[in-house]
Design a protein around this ligand. Structure first.
Ligand SMILES: NC(=O)c1ccc[n+]([C@@H]2O[C@H](COP(=O)([O-])OP(=O)(O)OC[C@H]3O[C@@H](n4cnc5c(N)ncnc54)[C@H](O)[C@@H]3O)[C@@H](O)[C@H]2O)c1
Length: 297
């Protein structure tokens, strides 16, 4: 690997700018492209006169020297297909071509691409914000070369991320499927009046959230069974809780409106609230990561 790789960011929204921050924290060179007219202002506001960050509205220019291209444009298949046709034509022949896509697979994006471009294309799905959340779900598509997956994993590790290669392209991949399952139940419980949004968040943060920041779900099952392990858990408490049917939240517009109102009543909404909550999230996430790093050495 080159000592300080070059990352090309395509799409400088929430996710793209966060990837760029992460790469700069690791000393990488970053080029950023986006058709938005305020691109130069955004990049200057974020990175000042940093010589290793360059903004350009020319996509081909942005990806020309990339070791990895990370695309973070809109979650729309035709846009991503068009972007990767252009990226494939302009990026170096050995560059990894990754999309941050949350739902669209690289098999779909690459269906009409030349074989040598499709072979270098995959999903590198981060959790928001990528500069703090270690997970990157790496999803090779039907035409992705195994060497591309290996190289992507190597590059994400060089950014201190925790890449996990997903073996099948299912909608929502893995992390968002888990999130969707819990979110469905949470919405159902709030809609049914079992808990308020604030109480639901209190419950989650003080039980599963804290547990899962420290140990995994299956690891927790092993511990939950005591010395008898997961087998003991599944035969005991698990035999009772395992039969609970998940609730189905209402999704009609009026029910959704009531849910939105209840959550906004708790947390507020708008630019100022977003900034305040995002700062708090980042501060607390950094604290947890630092504490884990300190305890694990
Ligand atoms: N927001 C999240 O929580 C999250 C998490 C993981 C992955 N993702 C994925 O990351 C991608 C970006 O999401 P986001 O939340 O940053 O969106 P966003 O709306 O904040 O940013 C999208 C950016 O793409 C730019 N854009 C539009 N057309 C473009 C083009 N032709 N070429 C280059 N850039 C273009 C827009 O100007 C905008 O700056 C999506 O694929 C999304 O699924 C989002």
């Amino acid at each position: 690997m080159t000592p300080t790789p070059t990352l090309a960011i395509v799409g400088a929204g929430v996710i793209g700018i966060s990837w760029a921050r992460l790469a700069r924290e690791h000393g990488w060179t970053v080029t950023i492209t986006d058709p938005r007219p305020d691109l130069a202002d955004i990049v200057t506001a974020e990175f000042g006169d940093d010589e290793k960050v360059r903004a350009t509205d020319d996509l081909a220019d942005a990806v020309r020297d990339a070791d990895i291209v990370q695309e973070n444009g809109p979650e729309r298949l035709p846009i991503k297909q068009q972007l990767f046709a252009e990226i494939g034509a302009a990026a170096p022949a050995n560059a990894v071509l990754a999309t941050s896509s949350s739902s669209i697979t690289s098999s779909e994006i690459g269906v009409d691409l030349d074989a040598d471009v499709a072979a270098r294309l995959l999903v590198g799905h981060p959790f928001n914000p990528p500069e703090l959340m270690p997970l990157v779900e790496v999803l090779p598509g039907e035409r992705t070369a195994p060497a591309t997956t290996d190289r992507a994993v190597e590059l994400y590790r060089a950014l201190d991320r925790e890449p996990v290669v997903i073996r099948r392209e299912l909608p929502g991949f893995v992390a968002n499927r888990l999130q969707a399952a819990i979110s469905r139940e949470a919405r159902y419980l709030v809609q049914e009046g079992v808990v308020s949004p604030a109480d639901l968040d209190t419950i989650l943060q003080n039980s599963l959230g804290l547990r899962w920041a420290t140990i995994g779900l299956f690891e927790g099952n092993v511990l939950g069974g005591g010395p008898g392990g997961i087998a003991q858990l599944l035969a005991g408490v698990g035999a009772q809780t395992g039969g609970i049917e998940p609730g189905v939240p209402a999704t009609d517009p009026a029910s959704m409106r009531r849910l939105v109102d209840a959550v906004e009543e708790t947390y507020g909404s708008g630019e100022e609230v977003y900034e305040t909550l995002a700062r708090r999230r980042d501060r607390r996430t950094r604290a947890v990561l630092a504490a884990l790093a300190a305890v694990d050495g």
